[in-house]
Design a protein around this ligand. Structure first.
Ligand code: UD1
Ligand code: UDP
Length: 369
């Protein structure tokens, strides 16, 4: 029996964990893999956390560290200590972390200090902007991990540039890593949950305009920089030839009120929505405007063009194939790009075959402990 301790904490990790966790509870895998879920409590509002566990039937976490919000150091430090105690108590064979949040780094660091091998799902992504907290977290996690599950070929090449190569999957360590291209776990999530999500969300979409753009905006590089944030808002306020639906992240809501910044009435702010309603919005919208990592990809899954309010993206293939346009926080570029929307990209499969969870489970089970 392989004992996995999974660390989650933030919204995108619930989506990713839902897929793998469901897969290993089914089929013959349930007899071979046991999972303990640790929720750091980084996200804690009902519609930032509980709704994801309920809708996607993720098992209730075995441990909730209830760390909550605070500075990077204080929260990551508290997570590190809490995860360390949990590892010492539960004695897992491996610790699995997803993505690039502070919960990811805390999980990887706690495990690696205790010599418990780290599994990183969504490895190898790079924005090449070390100032971003996500880039710090993902780089450090990749270097600590024994298994690196990459969503794309680009991610594998990014690791090679840092001297990280595949040294075989049967006996990996932090020094001799297993690097596996397994496709994107969020693609599998969208394929699996889409039918249920679209069915269940039909009634909640009735009041929406026929044509709208979906907006999300929460990344620190935008929200914590007054000039960037106010320029983005100014550009979006100017462009009133389409209505926007904007599920607003609590971080952004707090900062808008601190700065007294306001969106005009064609931008409809709503509370953050659950994953099912989000998929339904992505399915119904005309195009997407975002600074989210996950939402850039989901736009493409629904064949919706995307404008990304960032200077770089770790999902470069979306830009290369014409699905995503990077506009940074430049007012003229944002408005001109909005005027040219929608702009469709090439019809190419970019994120695998939707069997990512199986590939990860099979590789982990081939490990000769
Ligand atoms: C985190 C991740 C980011 C990811 C995002 C997903 C880090 C460094 N950043 O950013 O990569 O894109 O999650 O959504 O890990 N808040 C609430 N209720 C909640 C959660 C947050 O009110 O349930 C508010 C608090 O004021 C908090 C702020 O949002 O201080 C920021 O939360 P935090 O978890 O620190 O970072 P995110 O911006 O959510
Ligand atoms: N999401 C959601 N409700 C929302 C906004 C986003 O369910 O109101 C989902 C979205 O569909 C995607 C994930 O959350 O699956 C992305 O998380 P987020 O944008 O917060 O973080 P990022 O991907 O930028 O790290």
């Amino acid at each position: 029996m392989l004992n996995i301790l999974t660390v989650v904490g933030a919204r995108p990790q619930f989506v990713k964990a839902a897929v793998f966790s469901r897969f290993i509870r089914t089929n013959l895998y349930a007899e071979k893999i046991r999972e303990t879920i640790v929720h750091t409590g980084q996200h804690y509002d009902e519609n930032m956390s509980d709704i994801f566990f309920r809708e996607m039937e993720i098992p209730t976490p075995n441990v909730n560290l209830c760390i909550g919000s605070g500075t990077h150091g204080a929260t990551t430090g508290a997570m590190l200590s809490g995860i360390e105690s949990t590892i010492l108590e539960r004695k897992p064979d491996v610790v699995l972390v997803y993505g690039d949040t502070n919960s990811t780094l805390a999980g990887a660091l706690a495990a690696s200090k205790l010599h418990v091998p780290v599994v990183h799902v969504e490895a190898g992504l790079r924005s090449y902007m070390m100032v971003m907290p996500e880039e710090q977290n993902r780089r450090l996690t990749d270097h600590l991990a024994s298994w690196l599950f990459c969503p794309t070929d680009t991610a594998v090449v990014n690791l090679e540039k840092e001297g990280i190569f595949n040294n075989g999957i049967t006996n990996p360590s932090a020094d001799n890593k297993a690097v596996v291209q397994c496709g994107d776990i969020m693609y599998e999530a969208s394929l699996y949950y889409q039918p249920k999500a679209l069915d269940q969300s039909e009634s909640s979409l009735q009041d929406l305009p026929d044509h709208f753009a979906l907006l999300t905006l929460h990344r620190a590089e935008n929200t914590d920089d007054y000039k960037r944030l106010s320029t983005i808002i100014q550009a979006l306020n100017k462009f009133d030839s389409i209505e926007f639906v904007f599920p607003i992240h609590p971080r952004t809501k707090k900062i808008l009120s601190q700065y007294s910044l306001e969106f005009k009435s064609h931008i409809h702010m709503i509370d953050p929505v659950g994953y099912f309603e989000m998929l339904a919005l992505e399915n119904k919208c005309s195009f997407v405007v975002t600074d989210s990592g996950g939402v850039q990809k989901e736009a493409y899954f629904f064949k919706k063009p995307c404008i990304t309010l960032r200077d770089t993206t770790e999902w470069r293939e979306l830009v290369e194939h014409g699905w995503n346009t990077l506009v940074g926080a430049d007012e003229t570029t944002i408005v001109d790009t909005l005027k040219a929307m929608p702009k469709y990209g090439d019809s190419v499969p970019l994120y695998g075959d939707g069997m990512t969870a199986k590939k990860i489970a099979d590789v982990l089970l081939s490990w000769q402990k």
